[in-house]
Design a protein around this ligand. Structure first.
Ligand code: NDP
Length: 449
């Protein structure tokens, strides 16, 4: 980690551990931020006096609910739904919904906590939240997914609103699921409230570039980190983990900017092709047919599938982890460094363990932490909200230009803040400090909230 935790902050962290037992991912996310904040309290002692950090670590509201639904055989299924509305100092709660069997309160709280600072870094008026369910969409029919989404929204709708809480997609939740949820929201409330969800389909209030935004934004961020070092993506070998929304559009933009993406994966294994991953085949396989990455190697003869393989053993200059939390550990990081990796852009949320982050920083790798590097998704969601509010829709070129500017600004803010706090080139410090100061200042201005 960038710094040792300040002695004023250690008791706050201990209290977080005590009050939130068993939520290891949440603890990890809090620790990473708190480790960076010691020098901030020296410059801004009012944040300590007003107990801003203790308040930021406690969600404003946590909602947990039953989601009953019927599968295709007529059997009743019961899942658990979550929405953690973490912080609304900068705007309505904003953050995605994740459907994955691994979801429990600790995952949603880590994601919601990170979202506060990520949203702050975008410079747009959005607070932080996250939600989801332990529902596993894999292998479920479209009808089952629809019935689940309708039941999920039948409880969640009462907590949402364009000025209150605006969810979007995340792992397991794309335009199809958001469509089912928007339909149910509209039906229950009798209101066509476009601004209540983002990531919508283009025919019903969605924004161009939202689908591409997280992946594109991550690659823009990496390109900026390389530019700051007088380098570029041109000719660089890249590895992208995952083959979902973030991965696909990271591959597209990295290729467009001159990189060669040689591997991508799913939770069963990875495919490798030294000639570069073919985006048309990948999109058809994953977005249209919803099949497994293994089948990519049946379609592209130059590709090789490695069942249960560790994608981080594939040599690359640029690594773009875009699957899930803690997918790169210390050993993986050292393998990547040993193989010549010079830049990492976290497309996923918290994909690198603390040990891995330390290894990258110590080795001088340009390391873009998720809360900065993957902020393009939520930033474009905020642009979707702007378009909905003005009943307008912008062109692809204009929206991508806005996204690019936002990512450049986030990069520069993190870069400058890292320098200002005496840790040049450390984007982890830069992102945590800059993201925190804006939220903390807003909270301080609003009195005891
Ligand atoms: P998708 O559901 O579209 O894709 C997820 C991909 O990651 C799939 O290929 C999946 O494989 C793989 N994956 C998921 N869990 C695991 C696991 N435990 N081990 C290995 N592979 C796994 O999700 P997204 O692309 O939307 O999200 C990916 C990451 O990016 C998440 O961390 C998310 O929070 C983050 N993110 C997403 C944003 C967005 O706009 N969508 C915005 C910002 C961050 P399989 O099919 O086998 O499960």
């Amino acid at each position: 980690m960038p710094c040792k935790m300040d002695e004023k902050l250690e008791p706050i962290y201990q209290e977080v551990l005590r009050r939130n037992p068993g939520e290891t991912e949440f603890h990890q996310a809090v620790r990473e931020v708190l480790e960076c904040l010691g020098p901030v309290l020296v410059k801004r002692p009012e944040f300590a006096e007003q107990k801003i950090i203790q308040r930021i670590c406690e969600p404003e509201r946590q909602i947990i609910f039953r989601v009953p639904w019927q599968d295709d055989r007529g059997e009743v299924q019961i899942n658990r739904g979550f929405r953690v509305e973490f912080n609304s100092a900068l705007g309505p709660y904003k953050g995605g919904l994740r459907f994955h069997p691994s979801v429990y309160l600790g995952i949603i709280k880590f994601l919601g906590f990170e979202q506060i600072f990520k949203n702050s870094l975008t410079g747009l008026p959005i607070g932080g939240a996250k939600g989801g369910s332990d529902f596993d969409p894999k292998g479920r029919s479209a009808g089952e997914v629809m019935r689940f989404c309708q039941s999920f929204m039948t409880e969640l709708y009462r907590h949402l609103g364009e000025h209150t809480d605006v969810p979007a997609g995340d792992t397991g939740v794309g335009a199809r699921e958001l469509g089912f949820m928007f339909g149910q929201y509209k039906r229950i409330t009798n209101r066509y409230e476009s601004g209540v969800l983002t990531g919508k389909g283009l025919d019903w209030g969605g924004s161009l570039v939202r689908k591409e935004a997280t992946g594109y934004g991550t690659v823009f961020f990496v390109a900026e980190m390389l530019r700051a070092r007088g380098d570029s993506l041109e000719g660089k070998t890249c590895v992208v983990s995952g083959s979902g929304n973030v991965a696909i559009y990271s591959i597209e933009k990295a290729t467009e900017l001159g990189g060669r993406v040689v591997a991508c994966s799913d939770s069963n294994g990875y495919v490798y092709d030294e000639h570069g991953i073919r985006l048309d085949v990948l999109r058809q396989l994953k977005e249209v047919e919803r099949r497994r990455i293994r089948e990519y190697a049946d379609l592209v003869k130059t590709a090789r599938y490695v069942e249960d393989g560790n994608i981080w053993t594939v040599p690359c200059k640029v690594a773009l982890p875009s699957a899930t939390q803690n997918e790169i550990n210390g050993r993986d990081a050292r393998t990547l460094i040993g193989n010549g990796c010079i830049a990492v852009g976290e497309g996923a949320n918290m994909p690198t363990t603390p040990d891995g982050v330390r290894a990258f920083l110590d080795a001088g790798v340009a390391f873009g932490p998720g809360k900065a590097a993957n902020a393009g998704g939520v930033a474009t969601s905020a642009l979707e909200m702007q378009q909905n509010a003005s009943r307008d829709s912008w062109s692809f070129e204009y929206t991508e230009k806005r996204l690019h500017e936002i990512m450049r600004n986030i990069h520069d803010l993190c870069h400058q803040t890292a320098e200002e706090y005496g840790t040049p080139g450390n984007y982890v410090n830069g992102a945590n400090i800059a993201g925190f100061i804006k939220v903390a200042s807003a909270m301080a201005a609003m009195g005891l909230i």
